[in-house]
Write a protein that binds this ligand. Structure first.
Ligand SMILES: *[C@@H]1O[C@H](CO)[C@@H](O)[C@H](O)[C@H]1NC(C)=O
Ligand SMILES: *[C@@H]1O[C@H](CO)[C@@H](O)[C@H](O)[C@H]1NC(C)=O
Length: 160
């Protein structure tokens, strides 16, 4: 199953870590679709700093990830992440910001959701979704009909 070239999903980040009890693995549970090796997605992120529209380009063959963050009534911030854990965040307007960060993990693998706990089906934004919990740090909602991601909820927050 492949995502279309462009799709939109909602992405929220929460600084709260919410433990959830271990669920029993049932071999008949659906599993999340692996990501296509390259795609573009438009997302709306709701993070503590406010809403932003994020266009992201995932490029696994070249081990890089680009995202363009348009903050509501605010700046446009570009981010490039490399497999070696280095990320560059910069603006292209007169503010000329540039920040370099290092993360211990590189680019997410296309099958990074493997092993997630299935939590059943729920409606999200009008779509019936299969929902998984990945080691208590993300809830991932995938449209049942198309296997396209609809919503993510991170519990540990994310940089920027
Ligand atoms: C963004 O998150 C805040 C705090 O959790 C919430 O009150 C608000 O409704 C959310 N906005 C959207 C557009 O989801
Ligand atoms: C990681 O790769 C990027 C792109 O090739 C490079 O600019 C950066 O310096 C590298 N970081 C480290 C720590 O080697």
């Amino acid at each position: 199953m492949y995502f279309p070239i462009n799709f939109i999903f909602l992405f929220t980040l929460s600084p709260f870590w919410v433990p959830s009890k271990a669920l029993e693995i049932d071999s008949t549970d659906p599993i999340p679709s692996p990501w296509p090796h390259q795609f573009h997605a438009t997302t709306i992120m709701n993070y503590t700093g406010g809403l932003r529209k994020v266009d992201l380009w995932y490029d696994w063959p070249n081990k890089r990830y680009l995202h363009i963050n348009q903050y509501q009534l605010g700046k446009k911030l570009y981010g490039v992440e490399w497999q070696n854990g280095t990320s560059f965040y910069f603006t292209l307007d007169s503010t000329e910001e540039c920040t370099i960060r290092h993360f211990p993990v590189g680019i997410l693998r296309p099958n990074w959701l493997e092993g997630a706990n299935y939590m059943g089906q729920r409606y999200k934004d009008g779509f019936l979704c299969n929902v998984w919990d990945k080691i208590d740090f993300i809830h991932y909602y995938e449209d049942v009909a198309t296997q396209i991601p609809v919503y993510w909820h991170f519990y540990d927050g994310m940089p920027i």
